[in-house]
Write a protein that binds this ligand. Structure first.
Ligand code: ADP
Length: 753
């Protein structure tokens, strides 16, 4: 909105100035005054002289030359005044017309220039702005006046902008501020606001004139550039890569911040190539200079790693890539990037050392080690998984050929000396390339389980098995395989073989000793049971004798009753079998031979063994209660060994109850299932129980509290049960109030149906 001051400003710029100096005005007024005076004087003279001589009638016709001259002079003055006034009027018209046009021009110019233009009073209150502000902000003219314009500022810029403006107004210094202005559609754009004060001759600020120029695009470009620079700097920082350009003609070197950081120079300091080269480790300097010279001379590329010797004496490893190029003036420039690879180099060195250590361990460990290539197998397993196979064990059942294929897929790629020796080879060549499973392992069960373990991505597998050596021996080994790479691409494994032949031999020796002990214990028990055994055998023998005599009597009759003789004979035979069975059982208990494991109904075995001890128990006043479990769970076991355990436990209980009241000597035996694949059998007696201090030592060899005891019964029982895959323990507080012995044995699931 134009103001008086803007009009004044417009007028100042007019080609014909309406406000020419006061001298011009004064001159014009004097000239006009002269003309008017002369005119009036001429006409006054003519009028006064004619009236005075009463010859007015002759006035129309001047008779002498003086009157004519005066008349002429008056006419000229009149005409001059009229023409001067006309001229002045025309000039004024011209001036007025020109002033209005210029103002219009100015107004158009102010509204057209691509900026918001405004002015304020000396105190900073806006009193004028061009149409552009209104068009941009969409507010009406009055709203922006005074300090109304602050509402158009972005809230984040408001405080800063107003403070800067107030400061400028207070100090009378030029104002400049970048801030965002709200557009009519609510969007903000960046503007550069500038203002200068207009001062009067005394230096007092009389007005402020300002502009707001839209710099949003520039700001965005600057922001994008700044962000791009920041990203680049960040990327360089992250990758520890600095970049530099060296102009050979000017010697100028331009470097990125990271370059300064890598070389340890103060940021943005002025660098020369020589300064940079001086950072090169002395041992690498010649080589680096030569390569740089070659790149410059041949306009080529260099790619090298070298060391830097830093001011503090530390050493950095850098990877330098550079190539020379020509600028527009055909001047050579070297453009390069330097990556700080100190950490990587150290990691490589550590890795190398680690590999060296691994190799050393691999070669010198007192264990036979081989490296396996699992690549083919890993590929096959990946395919199987992709096709939905989750249970490799079941898959092998359905595809036996696959197992054979897998056996050949685990190939040995490296072997240490111990493996070569263990396998009876002469050198690594005899081992490398051999299948680790098919070629070595005798037990296909171990092969299968190791493959299943690998398929399940278990990191290690171990099994005791036998292997076939190259020179035809069969040795017992602890076979271990482990996967060294992690993740789904596991393709390297380590095979370990420990010769356990000696341990197996020692274990066999130990087993023999245990068997001898067990045998001795059984024989010793049989010795204790002599009376019972004699009683047991005596019964069928007595029956045989009775039935034999009866048969003879039937034969001796006058009319022999052959039917009765047959009956008696059958009884003789049956009792002979009974006696034979008893003798057989006693023999089995007495012989040293190991029995093959067979599937046995556990409660049947208990019943038979209790029968064997029946007389012993009865003679000592002990009642044995056997609670059959409904399922009669089956176990796979050595019958005689299990009988020995049962006899031992019952005999111990009988002995423990020797001092108990005669009518309270009870043993209860109860079997229950333990989960899906085991049984629990409790032997409870009503004896005094086990003294708490004896409990931890109960299963130690030769621990006994009896004066005639040997202390090998319970350890043998436990080793028998453990050899059957079970466990054995003892506690107090059983169902009968005395000791409780607990057997846990795996059941034979195959016979469950
Ligand atoms: P021995 O019968 O020769 O002593 P065992 O190994 O069979 O050897 O038993 C070791 C010890 O365990 C016995 O001396 C006894 O102290 C204790 N013991 C075994 N069974 C029982 C039981 N049912 N009640 C109390 N103590 C028992």
């Amino acid at each position: 909105m134009p103001t008086s001051s803007s009009k004044q400003a417009a007028a100042n710029n007019l080609p014909i100035s309406a406000s020419s100096s006061w001298l011009v005005h004064l001159t014009a007024a004097l000239i006009a005054g002269c003309f008017i005076t002369i005119t009036f004087a001429s006409f006054a003279y003519l009028f006064l002289t004619s009236v005075g001589s009463e010859e007015i009638a002759q006035l129309q016709e001047p008779s002498d030359e003086r009157e004519l001259l005066i008349t002429l002079l008056g006419f000229i003055a009149l005409t001059g005044s009229a023409s001067w006034f006309a001229n002045q009027f025309a000039r004024r018209r011209l001036i007025d017309d020109s002033g209005a046009g210029a103002e219009r021009e100015l107004r158009n110019a102010i509204n057209t220039i691509p900026a918001i233009v405004w002015s304020t009073s000396p105190d900073g209150n806006n009193d004028f702005h061009n149409q552009r502000l209104l068009a941009y902000t969409g507010v009406d003219a009055a709203t922006a006046l005074g300090m109304g314009w602050v509402d158009m500022l972005h809230p984040e810029d408001l405080e800063r902008h107003v403070a800067a403006w107030r400061d400028a107004v207070a100090t009378g210094t030029a104002f400049e501020c970048e801030s965002r202005l709200k557009r009519s559609d609510g969007q903000y754009r960046w503007f550069l606001a500038r203002a200068e004060p207009l001062r009067d001759p005394s230096g007092r600020v009389v007005r402020w004139y300002g502009t707001n120029v839209d710099i949003d695009d520039r700001r965005r470009a600057e922001e994008a550039l700044r962000r791009s620079d920041a990203y680049l700097a960040e990327a360089q920082k992250l990758s520890r890569t600095g970049s530099a350009v060296w102009n050979l003609a000017t010697g100028e070197v331009v470097c990125s911040d990271e370059f300064y950081s890598i070389f340890g120079f103060a940021p943005r300091s002025r660098l020369s190539v020589e300064m940079i080269l001086q950072r090169t480790h002395p041992d690498d300097a010649t080589f680096v200079r030569r390569e740089l010279a070659r790149a410059v001379a041949e306009v080529g590329q260099i790619d090298l790693e070298h060391r830097l010797l830093m001011e503090d004496g530390s050493v950095k490893h850098v990877h330098l890539v550079a190539h020379s190029t020509r600028d527009a003036q055909e001047r050579c420039e070297l453009v390069g990037a330097v990556m700080d690879v100190t950490a990587r180099t150290k990691a490589y060195a550590a890795l190398e050392a680690s590999e060296c250590r691994y190799r050393h361990l691999f070669d010198h460990m007192p264990v036979a080690l081989g490296q396996l290539d699992l690549g083919e197998m890993a590929g096959l397993f990946a395919e199987l998984r992709a096709s939905g196979v989750t249970d490799l064990d079941a898959h092998f059942d359905a595809h036996p050929d696959l197992l054979t294929f897998c056996q050949g897929s685990l190939v040995i790629t490296a072997a240490n000396g111990n493996l070569i020796r263990l396998l009876g080879g002469t050198d690594e060549g005899a081992i490398i390339g051999r299948s680790a499973l098919g070629g070595l392992l005798g037990s296909s069960d171990t092969i299968r389980r190791s493959l299943v373990s690998c398929f399940r991505m278990e990191t290690s597998f171990q099994d005791e098995t036998k292997i076939e050596t190259i020179d035809g021996r069969r040795i017992d080994v602890l076979f271990t395989s482990s996967i060294t790479s992690s993740g789904p691409d596991r393709d390297t494994g380590v095979l370990g073989l420990i010769d356990i032949s000696q341990r197996i031999r020692a274990e066999e020796g130990l087993r023999r000793v245990q068997a001898d002990y067990a045998h001795s214990a059984r024989v010793s028990t049989l010795g204790q049971l002599t009376a019972s055994i004699a009683h047991e055998i005596n019964q069928p023998l007595a029956a045989i004798a009775t039935h034999g005599e009866a048969g003879l009597r039937w034969l001796d009759n006058a009319t022999p009753d052959l039917d009765e003789v047959r009956k008696s004979t059958r009884q003789v035979i049956a009792n002979a079998h009974r006696a034979s069975d008893i003798v057989g059982r006693i023999r089995a208990m007495a012989v040293r031979r190991e029995q093959p494991h067979e599937v046995l109904a556990f409660d049947t075995l208990l019943r038979e063994t209790i029968l064997f001890l029946r007389h012993e128990a009865q003679s000592r006043g002990v009642t044995i209660i056997h609670r059959n479990n409904a399922d009669n769970l089956a176990v796979r076991a050595d019958r005689v060994q299990l009988q020995q355990v049962v006899v031992n436990l019952i005999m111990n209980s009988i002995q423990a109850m020797a001092d108990s009241e005669a009518d309270r000597r009870r043993i209860t035996i109860n079997t229950t299932p333990d989960g899906m694949a085991a049984l629990l059998c409790h032997f409870d007696d009503s004896g005094p129980g086990i003294r708490p201090e004896h409990l931890p030592r109960l299963f130690e060899s030769f621990f006994t509290t009896k004066c005639d005891g040997m202390g090998i019964g319970l350890p043998i029982c436990r080793s028998i049960i453990e050899a059957h895959g079970g466990s054995m323990s003892a506690e107090n507080g059983g169902a009968e109030g005395g000791a409780r012995f607990i057997l846990r044995l795996p059941t034979d699931v195959s016979s469950a149906n």
